[in-house]
Write a protein that binds this ligand. Structure first.
Ligand code: AMP
Length: 423
């Protein structure tokens, strides 16, 4: 028997209310803040991600689904959204539009990660990206969009952490201080961190190993090394964010795993003990568009991991509304009744009444059971007698009452507020 590939999931009909709920809220919140939807291909030139996400990152080194297609092109399934959106921004001349250009997207992303709870190889994100503006007010706005998204879903007990990791001017000084500090701990940090020491020292700070965390607690703090411009930016961001009333903390060890970030970085996590899995996060990437061949253009964005939202919705007992069920189930007994039911179900659908019909000429009992399983509000029963009289029996499944209506008034009766029942 085939199974879905490791690290991927089928979202069954019973899971869909959660996804519909998240899609609806994401769209509402994005529009509220002036973001427009964009959808980019699920695969791109592999080099787009290598250039943007960065050569030394886990994503590029270990996690890309990169392949050559039959024409010899090097492609990769997208591991994240920002690079593709920046590519589209340049490709479609969006630098000529009034800035910032604010775009959002939702869809599947792919990373060859080690599958575990909350970590998959195909996962889904809601992303917002705002391009072409360096104002720290925009940083506060992007963080606010992310926060309002989780809030609109009813999620509680979330923690928002913010940090500034500086820019090309001040980061080298911080990096040097970090290397100097960690040089004294090379025998104590984990194997992965020894690799990070050489390739990506900022990542030393967000290692989850206990001993590395203990060592990290004494490491230099990014915010002590900011240049005047970055310090002023961070200070304005904090003030603007405070004005929104959203609670947040400063976490000087927050760095995030992608190379393109500068200045503002942020992350949202559940407060629950042990639920360290980040729900979402983002940051500024002022050098990225230039790296991709455009003029120097600032940008900032965030990604919310939707599988993790579902996990937290379930954990917090938040049940989205069920998806619509059929209003009517057409049950029949015998061939003439089948033809009448077939015409009736067609009429109902024409006037927009969600209706299904029993197949296979099964017993009435079996059809009623089926209607019940599907959650149909009404069962329309047509037997020999109803065909002769040009009528249909309409059973209200909730009230367990039934009424007889002329066949040609069925659509009208079911399209309305309900069918008056009598015992
Ligand atoms: P990133 O693009 O790495 O900044 O991730 C943004 C968000 O996407 C994270 O906070 C997670 O919620 C989610 N995410 C990232 N990688 C995975 C994965 N492999 N499986 C599920 N969710 C993920």
């Amino acid at each position: 028997m085939y199974q879905a590939p490791r690290g991927t999931s089928d979202f069954l009909p019973e899971d869909q209310p959660y996804w519909e709920f998240m899609r609806a809220k994401a769209g509402e919140v994005a529009s509220l803040y002036g973001y427009q939807r964009i959808d980019t291909p699920v695969f791109e030139d592999a080099s787009l991600f290598v250039r943007s996400v960065g050569e030394g990152t886990d994503i590029v080194e270990k996690e890309m689904y990169a392949f050559k297609d039959k024409g010899g092109e090097s492609l990769s399934l997208r591991p994240e959204a920002t690079a593709s959106i920046c590519r589209a921004y340049l490709e479609h001349g969006m630098p000529n539009l009034p800035q910032p250009v604010k775009l959002y997207t939702m869809g599947p992303f792919f990373r060859y990660d080690r599958p575990q709870a909350g970590r998959y190889r195909q996962f889904h994100q809601f992303n917002c990206e705002a391009l072409g503006e360096a104002d720290p007010l925009l940083d506060a706005e992007v963080i606010e969009v992310a926060w309002r998204f989780y809030e609109s879903l009813g999620l509680k007990d979330l923690s928002l952490q913010v940090n500034s990791i500086g820019c090309a001017v001040c980061r080298p000084r911080f990096r040097a201080a970090l290397l100097q500090y960690y040089a004294g701990y090379l025998d104590s940090i984990c194997k992965e961190c020894r690799g990070r020491f050489d390739r990506n020292p900022l990542r030393l700070l967000d290692c989850k190993e206990r001993e590395c965390q203990r060592i990290g607690a004494g490491a230099p703090r990014t915010t002590d090394y900011l240049c005047a411009d970055c310090a002023a930016h961070f200070s304005q961001l904090r003030a603007s964010l405070e004005a929104t009333g959203i609670p947040f903390g400063i976490d000087n060890r927050l760095v995030r795993g992608l190379d393109y970030y500068n200045r503002t970085v942020f992350e949202i996590q559940p407060r629950v003990e042990g639920a360290q899995a980040s729900l979402g996060g983002g940051g500024r990437y002022d050098g990225l568009i230039e790296e991709l061949g455009g003029k120097p253009t600032p940008g900032i964005g965030f990604a919310a991991g939707l599988e993790r939202v579902v996990i937290n919705l379930k954990r917090q007992g938040i049940a989205p509304d069920a998806l619509p069920k059929p209003r009517a189930y057409l049950a029949y007994i015998g061939a003439p009744a089948r033809d009448a039911a077939w015409r009736a179900v067609s009429e109902l659908r024409k006037v927009g009444v969600a209706a299904v019909i029993g197949f296979g000429g099964r017993s009435l009992k079996s059809q009623l059971r089926h209607a019940n399983t599907l959650g149909a509000a009404y069962v329309v029963i047509i037997g020999e007698r109803e065909v002769e009289r040009g009528e249909a029996v309409v059973r209200d499944m909730a009230g367990a009452t039934q009424t007889t209506v002329p066949a040609d008034e069925l659509a009208q009766a079911l399209a309305g507020q309900g069918v008056g029942g009598q015992g």
